[in-house]
Design a protein around this ligand. Structure first.
Ligand code: HEM
Length: 141
Protein backbone atom coordinates (compact mmCIF):
# COMPACT_ATOMS: atom_id res chain seq x y z
CA UNK A 1 0.00 0.00 0.00
CA UNK A 2 2.80 2.47 0.88
CA UNK A 3 4.56 1.87 -2.44
CA UNK A 4 1.33 2.27 -4.42
CA UNK A 5 0.49 5.46 -2.52
CA UNK A 6 3.92 6.87 -3.42
CA UNK A 7 3.18 5.93 -7.05
CA UNK A 8 -0.27 7.56 -7.24
CA UNK A 9 0.83 10.63 -5.23
CA UNK A 10 3.76 11.29 -7.56
CA UNK A 11 1.60 10.52 -10.61
CA UNK A 12 -1.01 13.15 -9.66
CA UNK A 13 1.79 15.63 -8.87
CA UNK A 14 2.90 15.22 -12.48
CA UNK A 15 -0.58 15.41 -14.05
CA UNK A 16 -0.85 19.25 -14.13
CA UNK A 17 2.21 19.43 -16.43
CA UNK A 18 0.67 16.94 -18.87
CA UNK A 19 -1.44 18.80 -21.45
CA UNK A 20 -3.60 15.75 -22.25
CA UNK A 21 -4.34 14.83 -18.63
CA UNK A 22 -4.43 18.19 -16.83
CA UNK A 23 -7.99 19.10 -17.92
CA UNK A 24 -9.29 15.59 -17.07
CA UNK A 25 -8.17 15.92 -13.44
CA UNK A 26 -8.70 19.66 -13.00
CA UNK A 27 -11.37 19.19 -10.30
CA UNK A 28 -9.98 16.12 -8.62
CA UNK A 29 -11.04 15.06 -5.14
CA UNK A 30 -8.03 15.68 -2.78
CA UNK A 31 -8.33 12.04 -1.63
CA UNK A 32 -8.02 10.74 -5.18
CA UNK A 33 -4.42 9.46 -4.97
CA UNK A 34 -5.26 7.65 -1.72
CA UNK A 35 -8.38 6.04 -3.20
CA UNK A 36 -6.68 4.90 -6.41
CA UNK A 37 -3.76 3.44 -4.39
CA UNK A 38 -6.21 1.52 -2.17
CA UNK A 39 -8.00 0.26 -5.25
CA UNK A 40 -4.79 -0.92 -6.97
CA UNK A 41 -3.54 -2.54 -3.75
CA UNK A 42 -6.72 -4.59 -3.43
CA UNK A 43 -6.66 -5.70 -7.09
CA UNK A 44 -3.03 -6.79 -6.72
CA UNK A 45 -3.73 -8.94 -3.64
CA UNK A 46 -3.24 -6.41 -0.83
CA UNK A 47 -5.66 -5.25 1.89
CA UNK A 48 -9.37 -5.11 0.95
CA UNK A 49 -9.73 -1.50 2.10
CA UNK A 50 -11.40 -0.15 -1.03
CA UNK A 51 -14.21 -2.71 -0.82
CA UNK A 52 -14.62 -2.19 2.92
CA UNK A 53 -14.48 1.62 3.04
CA UNK A 54 -14.95 3.07 -0.45
CA UNK A 55 -17.75 1.13 -2.14
CA UNK A 56 -15.79 -1.49 -4.09
CA UNK A 57 -15.66 -1.91 -7.86
CA UNK A 58 -19.15 -0.48 -8.60
CA UNK A 59 -18.20 2.77 -6.84
CA UNK A 60 -14.98 3.07 -8.85
CA UNK A 61 -16.88 2.47 -12.11
CA UNK A 62 -19.43 5.14 -11.14
CA UNK A 63 -16.63 7.71 -10.84
CA UNK A 64 -16.00 7.35 -14.59
CA UNK A 65 -19.61 7.58 -15.81
CA UNK A 66 -20.27 10.25 -18.46
CA UNK A 67 -16.68 11.53 -18.45
CA UNK A 68 -16.33 10.60 -22.16
CA UNK A 69 -12.70 9.59 -21.74
CA UNK A 70 -10.79 9.12 -24.99
CA UNK A 71 -8.20 6.56 -26.04
CA UNK A 72 -5.69 9.40 -26.24
CA UNK A 73 -6.35 10.27 -22.59
CA UNK A 74 -6.18 6.59 -21.61
CA UNK A 75 -2.83 6.14 -23.33
CA UNK A 76 -1.46 9.29 -21.67
CA UNK A 77 -2.70 8.07 -18.25
CA UNK A 78 -1.07 4.66 -18.68
CA UNK A 79 2.20 6.06 -20.06
CA UNK A 80 2.55 8.59 -17.23
CA UNK A 81 1.80 5.97 -14.58
CA UNK A 82 4.40 3.54 -15.95
CA UNK A 83 6.93 6.34 -16.37
CA UNK A 84 6.33 7.34 -12.73
CA UNK A 85 6.88 3.72 -11.61
CA UNK A 86 10.30 3.89 -13.29
CA UNK A 87 11.04 7.34 -11.87
CA UNK A 88 10.39 6.05 -8.33
CA UNK A 89 12.46 2.91 -8.89
CA UNK A 90 9.60 0.52 -8.20
CA UNK A 91 10.53 -3.16 -8.46
CA UNK A 92 11.18 -3.98 -12.10
CA UNK A 93 11.06 -7.77 -12.01
CA UNK A 94 9.14 -9.08 -15.03
CA UNK A 95 6.46 -10.73 -12.88
CA UNK A 96 5.44 -7.58 -10.99
CA UNK A 97 5.64 -5.33 -14.03
CA UNK A 98 3.62 -7.68 -16.22
CA UNK A 99 0.91 -7.90 -13.54
CA UNK A 100 0.89 -4.11 -13.17
CA UNK A 101 0.76 -3.42 -16.91
CA UNK A 102 -1.78 -6.19 -17.49
CA UNK A 103 -4.21 -4.84 -14.92
CA UNK A 104 -3.71 -1.18 -15.90
CA UNK A 105 -4.25 -1.96 -19.57
CA UNK A 106 -7.46 -3.87 -18.76
CA UNK A 107 -8.73 -1.45 -16.13
CA UNK A 108 -8.06 1.69 -18.15
CA UNK A 109 -9.97 0.24 -21.12
CA UNK A 110 -12.85 -0.53 -18.77
CA UNK A 111 -12.73 3.07 -17.51
CA UNK A 112 -13.00 4.39 -21.09
CA UNK A 113 -15.89 2.03 -21.93
CA UNK A 114 -17.74 2.97 -18.75
CA UNK A 115 -17.30 6.68 -19.38
CA UNK A 116 -19.32 6.63 -22.63
CA UNK A 117 -23.03 7.37 -23.05
CA UNK A 118 -25.30 4.51 -22.02
CA UNK A 119 -22.81 2.71 -19.74
CA UNK A 120 -24.47 0.99 -16.80
CA UNK A 121 -23.00 -0.09 -13.49
CA UNK A 122 -23.53 -3.60 -12.18
CA UNK A 123 -23.97 -2.98 -8.43
CA UNK A 124 -22.80 -6.54 -7.69
CA UNK A 125 -19.61 -6.48 -9.77
CA UNK A 126 -16.83 -8.17 -7.80
CA UNK A 127 -13.41 -6.62 -7.31
CA UNK A 128 -11.09 -7.94 -10.02
CA UNK A 129 -8.02 -9.79 -8.72
CA UNK A 130 -4.87 -9.73 -10.74
CA UNK A 131 -2.35 -12.57 -10.61
CA UNK A 132 1.34 -12.00 -10.19
CA UNK A 133 2.12 -12.37 -13.88
CA UNK A 134 1.24 -15.40 -16.00
CA UNK A 135 4.45 -17.21 -15.07
CA UNK A 136 3.44 -17.01 -11.37
CA UNK A 137 6.87 -16.34 -9.94
CA UNK A 138 10.51 -15.83 -10.88
CA UNK A 139 11.01 -17.29 -14.33
CA UNK A 140 14.22 -19.29 -14.71
CA UNK A 141 14.89 -20.00 -18.38
C1 HEM B 1 -6.97 0.77 -14.11
C2 HEM B 1 -7.49 1.94 -14.43
C3 HEM B 1 -8.15 2.89 -13.46
C4 HEM B 1 -8.40 2.75 -12.13
C5 HEM B 1 -8.07 1.59 -11.21
C6 HEM B 1 -9.05 3.95 -11.69
C7 HEM B 1 -9.47 4.19 -10.40
C8 HEM B 1 -10.23 5.26 -10.02
C9 HEM B 1 -10.81 5.41 -8.72
C10 HEM B 1 -10.64 4.42 -7.56
C11 HEM B 1 -11.52 6.55 -8.74
C12 HEM B 1 -12.38 7.09 -7.60
C13 HEM B 1 -11.56 7.89 -6.67
C14 HEM B 1 -12.38 8.15 -5.43
O1 HEM B 1 -13.06 7.24 -4.92
O2 HEM B 1 -12.27 9.31 -4.96
C15 HEM B 1 -11.36 7.16 -10.05
C16 HEM B 1 -11.88 8.38 -10.43
C17 HEM B 1 -11.52 9.02 -11.60
N1 HEM B 1 -10.81 8.49 -12.65
FE1 HEM B 1 -10.06 6.65 -12.73
N2 HEM B 1 -9.18 4.81 -12.76
C18 HEM B 1 -8.64 4.20 -13.86
C19 HEM B 1 -8.53 4.73 -15.13
C20 HEM B 1 -8.77 6.04 -15.44
C21 HEM B 1 -8.38 6.68 -16.67
C22 HEM B 1 -7.68 5.97 -17.82
C23 HEM B 1 -8.78 7.99 -16.56
C24 HEM B 1 -8.60 9.13 -17.53
C25 HEM B 1 -7.68 9.18 -18.46
C26 HEM B 1 -9.43 8.16 -15.28
C27 HEM B 1 -9.99 9.32 -14.81
C28 HEM B 1 -10.64 9.45 -13.60
C29 HEM B 1 -11.27 10.68 -13.16
C30 HEM B 1 -11.29 12.00 -13.93
C31 HEM B 1 -11.83 10.41 -11.89
C32 HEM B 1 -12.55 11.37 -10.98
C33 HEM B 1 -11.50 12.12 -10.19
C34 HEM B 1 -12.06 12.92 -9.06
O3 HEM B 1 -12.88 13.79 -9.31
O4 HEM B 1 -11.66 12.68 -7.92
N3 HEM B 1 -9.39 6.96 -14.63
N4 HEM B 1 -10.56 6.35 -10.79
Amino acid sequence: MDALLRLTTRFYERVPANPTLAPVFAHMNPQHAQHVAAFLAEVLGGPETYSADHGGHPHMIRQHLNRHLTQEQRRAWLALLLDTADELGMPDDPEFRSALVGYLEWGSRLAVLNSQDGAEVNPDAPMPKWGWGEVKGPYVP
